[in-house]
Design a protein around this ligand. Structure first.
Ligand code: NAP
Length: 259
């Protein structure tokens, strides 16, 4: 189905669950045409059930440049253009240096950095003047958390990407920014628990939540609202910037971290 060219259009990578799913709901309510991607058949099916019918749900593995081309083709066909790309899909693994193996390094960098960048390359022709790109980074990209060595490095890489991309794409009228969530209850946290001894996840979450000055985790909708702001005319002079949406976690000094 082709949408009216007046309607703003958004792509969300990894929009089948968690923060991406919440952002799809919020953008749809704000009047955007939305296409979300994911790769797991179960979460894709659940997203088709739980998201509004008008939201397109597409299977696309971020690690595949062929899939990225399909995403671009689908957006071209449905919307004819793109106003917002929320590059959100991501994986988290607990990987202390002693047990780090190359497969984990490759997997995290392939999805969290390379996949996002090559997806952006594929959809770039669809982004016109006034459009906006938002990467999903993390507080962990700038703060040390034991065990989140590689994950933190991938999220730190995003800070570098947004600055160079902001400068490169400014002449085309495209703004590039990031949001950095603090802890948010999503399936990613459950997946993180797979790398921990039984029962450790709850203690880990309590410990991290205890570091947050606002004394609570964020909600997926609070992250979505920051994305909507960055995509809006209210943010028309903001590019190359990061917004921490973390209850003050990155701002503070003095937490004793151990995991
Ligand atoms: N939750 C937090 O506390 C937190 C904090 C800071 C930053 N973040 C960041 O927020 C982003 C979203 O995470 P979340 O917490 O919402 O977790 P989530 O619910 O696990 O969402 C991750 C999304 O990424 C998708 N994805 C993963 N690998 C993919 C691949 N190879 N190709 C396509 N899609 C893929 C997943 O789809 P499938 O189900 O199909 O795999 C899912 O839709 C991530 O970048 C994460 O690093 C989260």
């Amino acid at each position: 189905m082709t949408m009216s060219n007046q309607q703003p259009a958004a792509l969300i990578t990894g929009g089948t669950t968690g923060i991406g799913h919440a952002t799809a709901r919020v953008l749809h309510a704000e009047g955007f045409g939305v296409l979300v991607t994911g790769r797991n058949p179960d979460t894709l099916a659940e997203a088709r059930r739980s998201l509004p019918d008008e939201v397109a749900v597409l299977r696309a593995d971020l690690r595949s440049t062929a899939d990225a081309k399909q995403v671009a083709d689908e957006i071209q066909q449905r919307f004819g253009k793109l106003d917002l790309a929320f590059l959100n899909a991501g994986l988290v693994r607990l990987t202390p240096l002693e047990t780090l193996d190359e497969a984990v390094w490759d997997e995290l960098f392939d999805v969290n950095v390379k996949g996002q960048l090559f997806t952006l390359k594929a959809i770039l022709p669809l982004l016109g003047p006034g459009s906006s790109v938002v990467f999903n980074s993390s507080t962990v990209g700038r703060r040390g958390v034991p065990g989140q060595l590689v994950y933190g490095a991938t999220k730190g890489a995003v800070y570098s990407l947004i600055r160079t991309l902001a400068v490169e794409l400014a002449p085309r009228g495209i703004r590039v920014n990031a949001v950095s969530p603090g802890p948010v209850e999503t399936p990613a946290q459950t997946k993180l628990g797979q790398d921990m001894p039984a029962g450790r996840l709850e203690t880990f979450k309590q410990q991290i939540n205890g570091w947050i000055p606002m004394a609570r985790p964020g909600t997926d909708e609070e992250i979505a609202r920051a994305v909507v702001f960055l995509a809006s005319p209210a943010a028309s002079f903001i590019t190359g910037a990061n917004i921490d949406v973390d209850g003050g976690l990155a701002a503070q000094i003095g937490s004793r971290a151990s995991a």
